[in-house]
Design a protein around this ligand. Structure first.
Ligand code: ADP
Ligand code: GLC
Length: 471
């Protein structure tokens, strides 16, 4: 089958979080399974753009309302990521350093989607499926069906995967002029509560909707930032498919970011060496259990409760545990963590920012990973942690609930708790410290979780089945 993924992120081209990891890996494994998979994304000014060569594949012209613009589709010619990669360049609009966070994001992503559809309509053949990801590409199914200029794309099936329903891309109806000439009777397919809602539109117009874990699919019907009724109504076309991880990138035996590699057999010694590096760099004691948090410092991840929970954890363990945080996000949380660095020197440290290399060393060198998320559609951090023998400590929600078994249950290897509160986190820290002291059991947990298969190889067929059901 020929599958076209359209996304705002794709690792290693541009990544802000797990969406990038998934879109960077799934197509590679679809190609390995015998399909033709392509990724189309905006051309941002990222390191990857400058470090690679590109050829021009197509030049086109279209418009966003009254603004006529030229766009260029460039292609990476060597297929180095394992699939065809296309970037759409819209001068002045997409070619910026960051992926998101500009005042004109609505214009940026709408223009990107229009350029994509415009380009696709120029193809001499039709792909088997267009696979959209999150709200940034949510208007594509509508445009392919109801825009007069793109009638020829009506028969191409579309799928949308929801990685995060918190962000929906709301736009006022004044912006409806951006969408190329469309069938006005279909207003309802764009609308949700009197605004244009690209995510809701994607859910209504795509032939199938997938969510990135089974539990998240159920949760969306009761908690989806206003779309609950829509998920209830459309439940017939929703399928939960748990994300995989790229076992080639995330492999402690070969990881290019690690100085010290390890396998299931050498996990204890291997992790010790990585921990040593981290502890030296951040002034922590390698003899104590090391707890880490990696991620966006936002409400969804319950990052706001972490500073207090960590302070309580340090007091409760009488300084017998170390904590290291890597992330960026809400200014108040960043500030609170930064304020803690000096008074808690020796047991706590923080890096505010985004650092791919450090994240790998942290998964490799830590003993425990904290994930108290309020909402977690899938979560990749806990799966990376497991692959690197780091015990995940998670709130029972979404994909966390689908992937982590509490150590109190048969074959359990992780720690689960119910509430995103400092009390639940500190209680879990006390459980972690006790199991850390039981070296035999702790080592069994590490070895056991490292062998759990979350590879894309075993997940890719689930997507193929979804595409086949559309024929
Ligand atoms: P989300 O996509 O909601 O942020 P996921 O758990 O799916 O959460 O994926 C997060 C991805 O982003 C992981 O690959 C994680 O290692 C990475 N990541 C998050 N924050 C940082 C950071 N500050 N530095 C490096 N990597 C990060
Ligand atoms: C989103 C979710 C995260 C998920 C990722 C990849 O960013 O917040 O839980 O793992 O997408 O699907």
């Amino acid at each position: 089958m020929e599958i076209i993924h359209v996304s705002a992120e794709c690792y290693p081209v541009a990544k802000a979080g797990g969406l990038g990891d998934v879109v960077g890996a799934l197509p590679k494994y679809q190609v390995k399974a015998g399909h033709v998979a392509k990724v189309v994304m905006p051309m941002y000014r990222t390191k990857f753009l400058y470090e690679n060569d590109w050829v021009v594949d197509f030049k086109g012209q279209t418009n966003l309302g009254n603004w006529f613009f030229d766009y260029t589709v460039i292609k990476e010619p060597t297929n180095k990521l394992g699939y065809d990669l296309y970037l759409i360049d819209i001068n002045g609009l997409l070619d910026r350093q960051k992926i998101y966070g500009y005042d004109d994001d609505a214009e940026r992503f709408t223009a990107f989607q229009i350029a994509f559809v415009n380009w696709l309509a120029s193809w001499e053949h039709r792909p088997d499926v267009v696979h959209c990801h999150d709200y940034h590409t949510g208007l594509i199914p509508f445009m392919m069906q109801y825009c007069y200029d793109y009638n020829t794309l009506r028969s191409v099936p579309t799928v949308i995967t929801i990685h995060n329903a918190q962000y929906q891309g709301w736009m006022g109806w004044d912006k409806s002029r951006y969408i190329p000439r469309w069938d006005l009777w279909k207003r309802g397919m764009l609308d949700w509560n009197e605004t244009i809602n690209p995510l809701a539109s994607g859910i209504k117009c795509a032939a199938k909707v997938t969510t990135v874990s089974w539990s998240y699919m159920d949760e969306l019907r009761s908690n989806s930032n206003g779309l609950e009724k829509l998920f209830e109504y459309e439940r017939g076309k929703c399928v939960g498919i748990l994300n995989g991880i790229d076992n080639e990138v995330w492999n402690p035996a070969t990881d290019k970011y690690l100085e010290h590699h390890f396998t299931v057999k050498t996990v204890a010694a291997g992790k010790e060496k990585n921990k040593q590096i981290l502890c030296e760099r951040f002034g922590l004691d390698p003899a104590k259990p090391l707890f880490i948090f990696i991620g966006r410092l936002v409400g969804e991840k319950a990052a706001d409760i972490l500073p207090h929970a960590i302070r309580m954890g340090i007091e409760q363990t009488q300084g017998q545990a170390s904590f290291l945080v890597l992330g960026s996000g809400e200014t108040s949380v960043e500030w609170e963590f930064q304020q803690m660095a000096e008074p808690y020197k020796g047991v706590f440290n923080v890096v505010i920012g985004y650092d791919e290399t450090l994240s790998h060393v942290m998964y490799a060198g830590a003993d425990f990973l904290l994930m108290p998320s309020r909402v977690e559609p899938c979560g990749l951090n806990q799966m990376y942690a497991m692959r690197y023998g780091t015990v995940p400590m998670v709130r029972s929600t979404g994909g966390l609930q689908d992937t982590v078994v509490d150590m109190g249950d048969p074959d359990g290897f992780g720690i689960r708790f119910d509430q995103a509160t400092a009390n639940d986190v500190t209680y879990s820290i006390s459980r972690a410290v006790s199991v850390y002291q039981d070296k035999t059991h702790f080592n069994w947990m590490r070895q056991h979780m490292m062998q759990i298969d979350h590879s894309w190889e075993s997940t890719v067929d689930e997507y193929t089945n979804v595409y086949k059901s559309l024929r």
